[in-house]
Design a protein around this ligand. Structure first.
Ligand code: BDR
Ligand code: CA
Length: 303
């Protein structure tokens, strides 16, 4: 199976990319606005491409959500999106083709064999579907980090960042009938990692040291909010689930939709646990993730 990683790097995106480059057959990285604006996200992707010394091509995608204003998360990931480290300019360059065209082309090159691992707002995937809905028939698996399982938002009271940053796109993707595994926010919070634990586990090779330095800003943010110098590696959990579906210890097939309206409800993941909507399940929802497996794919990626 071939994978495209759709991402807005982001510290936890970096962890996911490090793991996925080792654990998956990655065709391309597709960049989207999100934690930072598209230009910064692209710079970060090219920095990570240099850092990992990988040939995986990088494509730029959407710079804005489908309808409303762009949001970002500098307090979590730093102004530059990767923890505000000092770094030299990237040597790698992005490809000329737009992400959306690359995704559609890959779906024709690898029909029934293509996986999408999405780690940011779903704008690129929604635009690709909007351009050609038959994409949905050619995708084998979509693993999405986004949304919530119990409506505990991190961006609005009920909105998780990736869904809140483009609710219309998330709504389209969940309606697409693609085979979706959704990794929501809550199980990723359950398995947060103390920075000291990561420092002890990941070793001190240069790549691990750079990754840990990126985490510092994020860990200070969690300490302010939750009183523990820890980091929530949500996107890494999604990457681990793509690498090994057994990473998900508890899951449920449910119908889920994304609310796009309302003063408080916009970006909410509405989940029909009780089966009262009359709708068929449209995704597999991750409820509990295997912490050991999640840490292991990151360690494997850093080796
Ligand atoms: C998601 O939002 C982003 O800030 C993270 O990179 C992750 O994809 C968590 O809500
Ligand atoms: Ca992300």
């Amino acid at each position: 199976m071939k994978w495209i990683i759709d991402t807005d790097p982001g510290v936890d995106d970096a962890a996911a990319i490090i793991a996925a480059e080792k654990g998956l057959d990655v065709l391309a990285w597709s960049i989207v606005h999100g934690n930072v604006d598209l230009d910064k996200a692209l710079v970060n992707a090219l920095f990570l491409k240099d850092l990992l010394v990988t040939r995986t091509p990088v494509f730029a995608g959407a710079e804005k959500p489908l309808l409303e204003k762009r949001i970002s998360a500098p307090s979590v990931h730093g102004n530059d999106g990767l923890g505000d480290l000092e770094r030299s300019p990237a040597k790698s360059r992005e490809e000329k083709e737009h992400s959306v065209d690359m995704i559609l082309k890959a779906s024709h090159d690898f029909p029934g064999e293509l996986g999408l691992l999405t780690l940011g707002p779903l704008t690129n995937i929604a635009l690709a579907l909007g351009k050609d809905w038959t994409l949905a028939r050619r995708v084998r698996r979509v693993v999405i980090m986004g949304g919530t399982s119990t409506a505990r938002g991190n961006t609005s009271p009920v909105g998780e960042f990736n869904f809140a940053a483009d609710p219309e796109a998330a709504a389209m993707v969940l309606k697409s009938e693609m085979p979706i595994t959704l990794v929501p926010w809550e199980p990723t919070v359950e398995i947060m990692f103390k920075l000291s634990e990561l420092q002890a586990e990941l070793g001190d090779k240069p790549l691990a040291r750079t990754f840990l330095a990126m985490c510092d800003r994020f860990a200070r943010y969690i300490e302010e909010k939750m009183g523990t110098r820890s980091i929530i590696l949500s996107d890494l959990v999604a990457a681990a689930a793509a690498i090994d579906p057994h990473t998900i210890l508890k899951k449920q097939d449910v119908f889920a939709a994304v609310e796009t309206a309302g003063r408080w409800g916009r970006g909410l993941t509405a989940i029909d646990y009780a089966g009262v909507s009359g709708e068929k399940p449209n995704l597999e929802l991750c409820l509990v993730a295997d912490r050991g497996k999640v840490l292991q794919v990151l360690k494997d990626g850093l080796r």
